[in-house]
Design a protein around this ligand. Structure first.
Ligand code: PMP
Ligand code: GLU
Length: 401
C-alpha cells in the first residue's frame, strides 16, 4: 500500500482566516506592530459573570464526561433561547452541543451527505463551508451574490442550481464575510423553495446578535412546521458572548437527525468541555445586556471603518448590515504595482499589504471572490484609524503598471 494521505484530505485547503491570524500574532510576538483586520474574533473579554461560572464549575467538580449531546441543563437553556429569541420550539432531545459551531456544521454535513450529494453555498461565503462539504464527501455548488444587492442570494437565484443531487443549502445570516442580512420575505421564499424541491437547510446563525440599524434576524425554522422538519439551526456562544476559546456551539433540528449527529459525535469527540458547557448555560440565561453594549461599539467601528475606507481613492465597500466584516472592493487597483510587486489578485494584495504596511486582511479568494479582501472591525477604534491610514498610504504609493 502506498504511503499517501487520503484523497479527501488532499482535496481541502487549510483555513486561510486562521493562517492569517496566526501569522499576524507571530509577527506581533516578534515585536512588529501589526494591525489585525484578519480573523473574525471579538476583541472583548468574556464577561466576568461567565468566567465566574467557569471557575465555579471547576471548584464544584463539574469536570467529568457529560452526555454526548451536552448537559440537560444547557440543552434546556438553548431551547429557552430558541423560543425567546427565534420563536421556535425545540425539546432538549432535538438539540446537540459540540466544540464550537464549526464542529456542529461538520457533524451536520457528515450526517446528511452521501458521496456526490450537492450542497448549495451562497458566495462570497465563509471559507470553511466548501471544505467541510468536501470533507463530508459532498460537492459544493457555489451560487454568487452581487455587491449591488448586498450579496444576498435569493430563491430565484438558487432555483436554477438545484438538481436531483441537491441535498442541502448552507444559509448564513448575518453573513461572514459579506455582512448581508436576509429579510423576512427573502427567507420565506428560500424556505418555500426548500420545501417545494426537497432539500435541507443548514442555517448558520452564529452572528445572529451582531446586527445593526433596523435590521432584524429571522430563524428559518420559524417559518412553519414543514421547513422546520428540513432545517438544522446552528448557533453558539463564540461571537455573541466573546467566548471563542471556550468552544461551545449547538444544533437544533429534527430528533432523528440530532440523534444521528449525536451518534457520530459519540465516536468523533464525545461531549464538549463540561466546564465550558456550564459557563455557556450561564451566558444564555443572563440576558442580553452585555451583548447590547458590545453591539453599540461594533456599530461605531462599522461606520468608522466604512467611512475611512470609502475616502480612499480606488477602494470601496457597502455598509454591512450584520456580523463584523466589511468586503472591500479592490477591482480598481488590480493591475497596479507596489514597489515593483504586481497586485493582480486579492492574495497578492493581502500579502504585500501585510509585508509592507503590517496590516492583516483576508483575501476574499478564500470566500469565492477574488475582487475583494475582507476586513474585520472586531478591533479597537484606534486600530481601525491606524490600519485605514496605512491602507490609504499603501494605495497612494501604488504605481500604474
Ligand atoms: N460560522 C461562521 C460563519 C463563522 O464565521 C465561524 C467562525 N468562527 C463559525 C461558524 C465557527 O464558530 P465557532 O468558533 O463557534 O466554531
Ligand atoms: N470565523 C472566523 C473568521 O472567519 C474565525 C476564523 C475561522 O474559524 O475561520 O475569521
Amino acid at each position: 500500500m502506498a504511503l499517501t494521505l487520503s484523497e479527501r484530505v488532499l482535496a481541502i485547503s487549510p483555513s486561510v482566516t486562521l493562517a492569517i491570524d496566526a501569522q499576524a500574532k507571530k509577527l506581533r510576538q516578534e515585536g512588529m506592530d501589526v494591525i489585525g483586520f484578519g480573523a473574525g474574533e471579538p476583541d472583548f473579554c468574556t464577561p466576568e459573570y461567565i468566567n465566574d461560572a467557569g471557575k465555579f464549575a471547576i471548584d464544584a467538580g463539574i469536570t467529568r464526561y457529560t452526555p454526548v449531546a451536552g448537559t440537560l441543563d444547557l440543552r434546556e437553556r438553548i431551547c429557552e433561547k430558541l423560543h425567546r429569541d427565534n420563536g421556535v420550539e425545540y425539546t432538549p432531545a432535538e438539540v446537540m452541543v459540540s466544540n464550537g459551531a464549526k464542529q456542529v456544521l461538520f457533524t451536520a454535513l457528515s450526517t446528511l451527505l452521501n458521496p456526490g450529494d450537492e450542497v448549495l453555498i451562497p458566495t462570497p461565503g465563509w471559507l470553511s463551508y466548501t471544505e467541510m462539504v468536501k470533507m463530508a464527501g459532498g460537492v459544493p455548488v457555489t451560487v454568487h451574490g452581487d455587491e449591488e444587492s448586498d450579496f444576498v442570494v435569493t430563491a430565484d437565484m438558487l432555483r436554477p442550481h438545484v438538481t436531483e443531487k441537491t441535498k442541502a443549502l448552507i444559509l448564513n445570516t448575518p453573513s461572514n464575510p459579506n455582512g448581508c442580512v436576509y429579510s423576512y420575505d427573502q427567507l420565506k421564499d428560500i424556505a418555500d423553495l426548500a420545501v417545494e424541491l426537497g432539500f435541507y437547510i443548514v442555517s448558520d446563525e452564529i452572528y445572529e446578535k451582531l446586527i445593526y440599524d433596523d435590521c432584524k434576524h429571522y430563524c428559518i425554522a420559524s417559518y412553519g412546521e414543514e421547513i422546520k422538519k428540513q432545517a438544522i439551526v446552528v448557533n453558539g456562544v463564540s461571537k455573541s458572548y466573546a467566548m471563542t476559546g471556550w468552544r461551545i456551539g449547538y444544533a437544533a433540528g429534527p430528533k432523528e437527525i440530532i440523534q444521528a449527529m449525536t451518534s457520530f459525535q459519540s465516536h468523533a469527540s464525545s461531549n464538549a468541555n463540561s466546564i465550558a458547557q456550564y459557563a455557556a448555560a450561564t451566558a444564555l440565561s443572563c440576558g442580553d445586556k452585555y451583548i447590547k453594549s458590545m453591539i453599540t461599539e461594533y456599530d461605531v467601528r462599522r461606520k468608522l471603518m466604512h467611512r475611512l475606507l470609502n475616502e480612499i481613492d480606488g477602494l470601496s465597500a457597502r455598509l454591512p448590515k450584520g456580523a463584523f466584516y466589511i468586503m472591500m472592493n479592490i477591482t480598481a487597483i488590480l493591475g497596479k504595482k507596489y514597489r515593483g510587486q504586481m497586485i493582480n489578485n486579492s492574495t497578492q494584495f493581502a500579502e504585500i499589504l501585510l509585508r509592507e504596511k503590517r496590516v492583516a486582511v483576508v483575501p476574499a479568494l478564500a470566500f469565492g471572490d477574488d475582487r475583494y479582501v475582507r476586513l474585520s472591525y472586531a478591533t479597537s477604534r484606534a486600530n481601525i484609524v491606524e490600519g485605514m491610514r496605512r491602507i490609504a498610504a499603501f494605495v497612494d504609493e501604488l504605481e500604474e503598471y
